[in-house]
Design a protein around this ligand. Structure first.
Ligand SMILES: CC(=O)N[C@H]1[C@@H](OP(=O)(O)OP(=O)(O)OC[C@H]2O[C@@H](n3ccc(=O)[nH]c3=O)[C@H](O)[C@@H]2O)O[C@H](CO)[C@@H](O)[C@@H]1O[C@H](C)C(=O)N[C@@H](C)C(=O)N[C@H](CCC(=O)O)C(=O)O
Ligand SMILES: Nc1ncnc2c1ncn2[C@@H]1O[C@H](COP(=O)(O)OP(=O)(O)OP(=O)(O)O)[C@@H](O)[C@H]1O
Length: 580
C-alpha cells in the first residue's frame, strides 16, 4: 500500500490539537499496571523535574518535540539506533528494550530511558496513558478477516450515521474522524498513532469508530490498549502466509481479537469462507466461534454464502432469503432469539457484499441491544440503491462503465479473485447475457507472499475468458519475473480448460495502462472488463519510484478512447436467486 503522505505528514494528521504532558512517574505506573516492569536509566537520582511526554512516536522521521520515542526492533534495524538523533531534535525520552538501550548509546544527561522486556507489549499501554484513553472515548467496532474488512467498516459507519451517530473510520483507504479525512498507509496504524487518533476522535466528538484490524496489527500488538465494544469476523482464506507461516498461525492471530480483555462481544460469520482443512467439516468461522473468549453471536449467510448454501443450524442470526436486483441484492435477516426479521438491501455487486452488509447490521444490533426494531427496519428496508448499504466503497466492485461493464476491484488474493470473478459472471447470467465474456486484468505484488501468484493465475484462467497479466506494485522485485510466476498458473489452467473445449485467451502486457487499453480494445458491449488488485490505489510502487496510476481513471479513459460510454445507474428489475 502506498500513501501520498510522508511519515511526518501522516503522523501529524493523526494527532489531537493538544495533549498535556504526562508525568514520568504516571507513565511508569501505567506500565506497571499493565503488568510490564520498567527499568529506568539515564537519570541519576530519581525522575527528572522536566515535563514528561506529550506525544509518542516509533518513527524517527515523525518525532515531535516532547514525544516519547519508542525504539522497536525491526526486520531491518533496531529503532533505538535513531535515539540520539531524535533526542537532539527534541524527543523527551526513550522507551525501548535492553538491546535498544545499549544501541542508543550516550544520550544527554537527564534523558529518561525506560527499558522493558518486550517493547511492542509496552507501546499500546504507554500511548494509551499519554493520550489519556483509559475508559474514555467512542464506541469501537473492530473488523477482522481476510476479505471484506474495508467494505464492512464503510457499511457500519453509514448505518451508524443513519442513527445520528458521529462516526470515525480507520482502515485501508482512509482515516476519518468526523469530517477530517487522511489517506491511509497501513490497514491498521501503529498503536502510537491509534491512541493519538482516539484522542482526536474524542476532540472531534466522534461517538462510534469502525476499524479494520489486520492480522499484522494483532501480531505486532498495534491494538494493545484499545477496547472494542463489538468485533466482527468476515472469513479466513489464504493470504499473508509470508508473515504467519501457516493458515493455523494466521487463524490464531485473528482469534487474538476475540479475547475478553480486548473485546466485549464477538459477531462471527460462520460460513463466510471455506472449510478449515483437517477439522471434520468445520469452517474457519465455526472454529473462530469456538475459539472466541468473549460472549459471541453467530451469523449464517445461507443463500449469500459462497455458491449459495443452506443456512447453518443454530446460528443466532441467519440470512433466510436473497433476491438479486440489478447489480445489487435485497435480503432478509432473521434473529433466532426474538423470531423477528429485517429486510435490507445493498447496491454493490457480489454476494459477498450481502455478507458484509449483514455483518455490519448484526454488529450494530448486538452493540445497541435496546435499539427499537421498527426504527432499524425503517433505516434498512429501502429500495436497492438507497439506504446505508448503497454506499459505494472506493475501488470495491466499483462500476465505472457499462456496455461493456467496466469494474474495478481490490481482489488481490485467491478468494477475493474467485468472488469477484464469480460475481461478474453471475450478474451477466442473471441479466440473460449469454454471449458476454469476462476480460480480466491483474498482476501480483512484489516482495510479498510469492506462493499465491500461480494460484491466482490458475483462478484467473478458470473463471475468465480473456486473461491479461500485468504489473501491480512490484516494489523491489523485477516485474517481468512476477508476471512470469503468475503466468505459470494461468497457462497451466488454460491448458486444462482447452482439454475440456474451453478456450482461454492469454496475454502479457505492461505497463498496466497498456494492459487496460488492450482489455478495452478486445471488448464488445456484452463483455465485462474487470481490473483486479489495486482498487482505490492511486500510486504504483515500481522499485521505489511512485508512478501515478488509478485503475478507475485509466478504465474510464480507455472506454472513452474506444468509443464506449460511462456507467449510469443500473438498478433494474428483480431476479430471484435463492431463498424462502
Ligand atoms: C513488514 C512490516 O510489517 N514492517 C513493519 C515493521 O517494520 P520493519 O520491521 O521493516 O522496520 P525496520 O525498517 O526494521 O525499522 C525498525 C524501526 O525503526 C524505525 N525507523 C526506521 C527507519 C528510519 O529512518 N527511522 C525509524 O525510526 C521504524 O519505524 C521501526 O519502528 O515495523 C514498522 C514500525 O512498527 C511498521 O510500520 C512496518 O510496517 C510496514 C510499513 C508494512 O508495510 N507493514 C504491512 C506489511 C502491514 O502491516 N500490513 C497490514 C495488513 C494489510 C493487509 O491486510 O493487506 C496492515 O495492517 O497494513
Ligand atoms: N466478504 C467477502 N468475502 C470474500 N471476498 C470479499 C468480501 N468482501 C470483499 N471481498 C473481495 O475482497 C476485496 C477486498 O475487499 P475489502 O477491501 O472490503 O476487504 P479487506 O479485508 O479490507 O481487504 P484489505 O485489508 O486487503 O484491504 C474486494 O475488492 C472483493 O473482491
Amino acid at each position: 500500500m502506498t500513501s501520498p503522505l510522508t511519515p511526518a505528514e501522516q503522523d501529524a494528521a493523526f494527532r489531537p490539537d493538544h495533549t498535556d504532558p504526562l508525568d514520568w512517574s504516571d507513565l511508569i505506573e501505567a506500565l506497571h499496571r499493565s503488568g510490564l516492569p520498567v527499568e529506568l536509566s539515564g537519570v541519576e537520582s530519581g525522575l527528572p523535574g522536566q515535563p514528561g511526554p506529550a506525544g509518542i512516536s516509533m518513527d524517527s522521521r515523525a518525532v515531535r518535540t516532547g514525544d516519547l520515542y519508542v525504539g522497536v526492533p525491526g526486520a531491518n534495524r533496531h529503532g533505538a539506533e535513531f535515539a540520539a538523533a531524535v533526542v537532539a531534535a527534541g524527543a523527551a525520552g526513550l522507551l525501548t528494550d535492553r538491546e535498544g538501550a545499549a544501541l542508543a548509546g550516550d544520550l544527554p544527561t537527564g534523558t529518561p530511558v525506560l527499558v522493558v522486556r518486550n517493547v511492542r507489549d509496552a507501546v499500546g499501554p504507554a500511548a494509551a496513558a499519554i493520550y489519556r484513553n483509559a475508559g474514555a472515548g467512542p464506541r469501537m467496532y473492530g473488523i477482522t478477516g481476510t476479505n471484506g474488512k474495508t467494505t464492512t467498516t464503510y457499511f457500519l459507519t453509514s448505518l451508524l450515521e443513519a442513527w445520528g451517530e458521529t462516526t470515525g473510520l480507520i482502515g485501508t483507504i482512509e482515516i476519518r474522524a468526523g469530517r477530517r479525512s487522511v489517506p491511509s498507509t497501513l490497514t491498521t496504524p501503529e498503536s502510537t498513532q491509534l491512541h493519538a487518533l482516539m484522542a482526536m476522535m474524542r476532540q472531534e466528538q466522534v461517538s462510534s469508530v469502525a476499524m479494520e484490524v489486520s492480522s499484522h496489527a494483532i501480531s505486532y500488538r498495534r491494538v494493545a490498549g484499545l477496547h472494542f465494544a463489538v468485533a466482527g469476523f468476515t472469513n479466513l482464506t489464504q493470504d499473508h502466509l509470508d508473515l504467519h507461516g501457516s493458515m493455523e498461525e494466521y487463524f490464531a492471530a485473528k482469534a487474538g481479537l476475540f479475547d475478553a480483555r480486548r473485546t466485549g462481544r464477538a459477531v462471527i460469520t460462520l460460513d463466510g469462507g471455506p472449510d478449515a482443512p483437517d477439522h471434520d467439516g468445520a469452517t474457519w468461522g465455526t472454529r473462530m466461534a469456538d475459539a472466541a473468549g468473549c460472549p459471541t453471536a453467530t451469523l449464517s449467510l445461507g443463500p449469500a454464502a459462497d455458491h449459495g448454501g443452506t443456512p447453518l443450524t443454530g446460528a443466532d442470526w441467519t440470512i433466510t432469503s436473497l433476491e438479486a436486483i440489478g447489480l445489487g441484492y435485497r435480503f432478509t435477516l432473521l434473529h433466532a432469539a426474538s423470531g423477528r426479521s429485517v429486510v435490507a438491501s445493498t447496491g454493490l455487486p457480489g454476494r459477498f457484499n450481502v455478507a458484509n452488509a449483514a455483518l455490519a447490521a448484526v454488529m450494530v444490533f448486538e452493540s445497541l441491544p435496546g435499539v427499537e426494531w421498527d426504527a432499524v427496519a425503517r433505516v434498512l428496508d429501502v429500495p436497492v440503491g438507497q439506504g446505508p448499504f448503497a454506499t459505494a466503497v472506493p475501488g470495491r466492485m466499483e462500476v465505472v462503465g457499462q456496455s461493456p461493464d467496466g469494474i474495478v476491484d481490490f481482489a488481490h488474493n485467491p478468494d477475493g479473485m474467485v468472488r469477484a470473478l464469480e460475481s461478474v459472471r453471475d450478474a451477466r447470467q442473471a441479466a440473460g447475457n449469454t454471449s458476454g465474456r469476462t476480460i480480466l486484468v491483474f498482476g501480483a505484488t512484489g516482495d510479498r507472499d510469492r506462493a499465491k501468484r500461480p494460484v491466482m493465475g490458475r483462478i484467473a484462467a478458470e473463471w475468465a475468458d480473456v486473461v491479461i497479466v500485468t504489473d501491480d506494485d512490484a516494489h523491489t522485485e523485477e516485474p517481468a519475473g512476477i508476471r512470469s510466476e503468475v503466468l505459470t498458473g494461468v497457462r497451466e489452467a488454460a491448458r486444462q480448460a482447452a482439454g475440456t473445449g474451453r478456450h482461454v485467451e492469454v496475454h502479457e502486457a505492461a505497463p498496466r495502462q497498456d494492459a487496460i487499453d488492450l482489455a478495452v480494445s478486445l471488448a464488445t458491449p456484452a463483455d465485462t472488463v474487470l481490473l483486479a488488485g489495486r482498487g482505490h490505489e492511486t500510486v504504483q510502487d515500481m522499485d521505489g519510484v511512485d508512478v501515478a496510476l488509478d485503475d478507475r481513471m485509466e478504465l474510464r479513459a480507455a472506454l472513452a478512447r474506444h468509443g464506449f460510454g460511462p456507467s449510469s445507474d443500473s438498478h433494474g428489475r428483480g431476479r430471484k436467486v435463492d431463498g424462502s
